[in-house]
Write a protein that binds this ligand. Sequence first.
Ligand code: NAD
Ligand code: UD1
Length: 342
Amino acid sequence: MSTDPETILVTGGSGYIGSHMCVELLSAGRQVVVLDNLSNSSMASVEAVQRITQKALTFVQGDIRDSDCLAAIFAEHNIDAVMHFAGLKAVGESTEVPVKYYDNNMNGTLRLVEAMHQAGCKTLVFSSSATVYGLPEQMPITESAPTGAINPYGRTKLMVEEVLQDLFAADPTWRISLLRYFNPVGAHASGEIGEDPNDIPNNLMPFISQVAVGRREKLNVFGDDYPTPDGTGIRDYIHVVDLVRGHMKALEFLRDKPKLTVHNLGTGQGYSVLDAVRAFEQASGVSIPFEITDRRPGDAAVSYADPSKARDELGWEAEYDLHRMCEDAWRWQSKYPQGFQE
Ligand code: NAD
Ligand code: UD1
């Protein structure tokens, strides 16, 4: 057996979750090659990852839809496994420009698995989402709950899952892990990397952070008439560092034999929008003005994971609580109010 450290290709590795993944991989002694087209990120995160870990990674600026670029990466590096984060993720935008989403997320993944097949690299961890459960009926959500996405973004995730299932059925020598994330939030404890949305944040936690730091006047709370204790939507927020540690465990789990697995990555604990506002106020010491507005179309009232399959099979459980998620998000946002542009 080779004693060289494993080399992992991280697509989308300069993005929010991918950059935290790179820190975890480098800290665990892996070699890392990042492929990112920088459409929603910047080199500043790659530099920060290397600063945090005091280790170097290989960065390739390129597109996952570019087969030549992929072939060159596989020819040059002895890639043992791929962690596939690259993709577009804004639900609203996906309804306006669906073809862009299908091209990027679907075609991108097809080109990637073709290149992997040609290179004989058949280990893949894929960033799926709890969005594949659509508007779920039963809580907590187990992996066997019915799927059915309700917007183009969600459909790209579901379709990629189905493509990978078909691929595995046709060639069971693949090792594929489909990880369905609940709501990743927070930042690395150093405060050097974190979530840095390009425009107005779509998601709750980055919006709250930007209100706290004075970039936005107030939070709009989308509806207080849901059938929940305080009327606001309930979600399963998970610290991004816990999330990427789940990926390390998933990769380990693929090691013993070829398989395709599906796991929820969540804490199993649901918090309302107002719980999140209060937790952020406590962690930051800053008050968050908010206003109740209409519901956002397509939002579920409640969504939280049953994470027991990941616990039992991967030996993984989330460790950080909501307070810690807010503390770390605030450390990043207050250190870099304008994100990576600073
Ligand atoms: P992100 O936008 O911060 O990161 C994605 C990265 O992929 C960016 O750096 C972007 O530049 C890059 N990219 C996009 N298209 C590319 C292409 N064609 N070629 C090369 N690089 C490309 O998003 P994130 O929050 O880090 O999400 C990572 C993955 O996790 C995505 O696939 C997303 O759909 C999935 N996911 C995210 C969440 C969440 O809440 N953040 C939840 C569920 C699933
Ligand atoms: C959203 C996406 C989902 C995606 C996930 C992670 C939609 C409909 N769903 O999920 O597909 O996988 O992000 O990227 O966009 N909220 C407010 N005010 C805000 C923002 C959010 O009140 O400004 C509320 C929402 O109504 C919801 C909760 O906060 O109840 C969390 O919202 P968000 O962070 O956008 O995540 P999801 O809706 O779970």
